[in-house]
Design a binder for this molecule. Structure first.
Ligand code: AKG
Ligand code: FE2
Length: 344
């Protein structure tokens, strides 16, 4: 059971009555910006998820030179961790970003240890795309704008910022840390929606609530413990926030080292290496980020709960590509996870 401090994110089963599911998704996007999608094996099967995590371990365990040959370029490839052992606050996840696959083939170099698994990776990305499409259609339906969101995505298999990302975080034991230290800094996601896959027992993700306090996000919220796979966590990114004029929350989140009694969830811990997989779904680059013609969006007035903590909740750019470039420029300028700073 999660302690009462855990974020009260709704758990939604996409198989229910579709109009009702659409309503629930819109409410969750508006109230929390995060949604648990119950995973009973229909959309992304537990076997696919297990295989993807096995591939991720294989990739991270591959020799450093192999990964270094795929060093990140144009937001695709290997981003190693900046070694800053004396300053635990600078601990960062290591990540490998896969851009879109075209006809089952990666459009970037892959480390040789996983090069033979291209089909599997591509199939996993395809399942994620299909699930994103379904969720985007339902969100459109819930706002009475039909397929406005879904039709802006996946028209072609390239020409978008969509990324499948494998992440590995250092264990709590591997270096000195306190519960205040950060494994991944506070941020909102750049795309439309993100799917996040996590492993049972591995603590760390927190969201910033409307009252400006952090709340842990359990991997298995109450009622899902016996499901074949933990729920898939979906979060709203900046673009859906722009498209809805802030009605949908692009909620700020981070990854930390919770310890017992300090923001931890029963049954989860920070020990051991933490793995996660994110699918960042982006629309076609040329998509314009104007508010959708939904009465609900037009009528929306922020509820006066103070300035939104996400500086990107206000639309500043015209197209999806412009937004992505702005975010990448900022994150590579401030983050140690950059081309120059990569190490294995
Ligand atoms: O690893 C996690 O739980 C979250 C990762 C994340 O928020 C991101 O990569 O944008
Ligand atoms: Fe994120």
């Amino acid at each position: 059971m999660a302690p009462s401090t855990a974020a009260a994110i709704p758990i939604i089963d996409l198989a229910g009555d579709q109009a009702d599911v659409a309503r629930q998704l819109v409410a969750a996007a508006q109230d929390h910006g995060f949604i648990y999608i119950r995973n009973l094996g229909d959309d992304v099967t537990p076997r696919d998820i297990d295989q993807a995590f096995a591939l991720s371990r294989k990739l991270f365990d591959a020799p450093a030179e192999e990964k270094q040959k795929c060093a990140i370029q144009n937001n695709r490839g290997w981003a190693g961790m900046h070694v800053e052992a004396l300053d635990p606050k600078n601990q960062k996840a290591r990540a490998f970003n896969f851009g879109e696959f075209v006809d089952g083939r990666a459009q970037q170099p892959l480390p040789s240890s996983i090069a033979n698994e291209e089909q599997l990776l591509s199939a996993f990305a395809d399942s994620c795309r299909r699930l994103c499409h379904k969720i985007l259609s339902l969100l459109g339906q819930g706002l009475d704008v039909g397929d406005f969101f879904s039709s802006a995505h996946f028209v072609r298999q390239s020409g978008s910022g969509t990324i499948l990302r494998f992440l590995r975080y250092p264990s709590a034991e591997s270096t000195a840390h306190s519960s205040q230290d950060i494994r991944a800094g506070a941020h909102s996601d750049y795309g439309s929606i993100t799917l996040l896959f996590r492993l049972k027992g591995q603590a760390g993700l927190e969201i910033l609530k409307k009252d400006s306090t952090w709340a842990p996000v359990p991997v298995c919220p109450p009622g899902t413990d016996t499901d074949p796979s933990p729920p898939i966590l979906v979060n709203i990114g900046d673009l859906l926030s722009y498209w809805t004029n802030g009605l949908f929350r692009s909620t700020v989140h981070r990854v930390v080292f919770p310890t017992a009694g300090s923001g931890s969830v029963d049954g989860e811990s920070s020990s051991g290496t933490r793995y996660s997989i994110a699918f960042f779904c982006h629309p076609e680059d040329s998509s314009r980020l104007e508010p959708v013609p939904s009465q609900r969006v037009q009528r929306y007035v922020p509820d006066g709960d103070g300035p939104d903590q996400n500086p990107y909740s206000q639309r500043q750019v015209l197209t999806a590509r412009e937004h992505l470039e702005m975010r990448l420029k900022e994150s590579y300028a401030t983050s140690l996870v950059s081309e120059e700073a990569t190490s294995a």
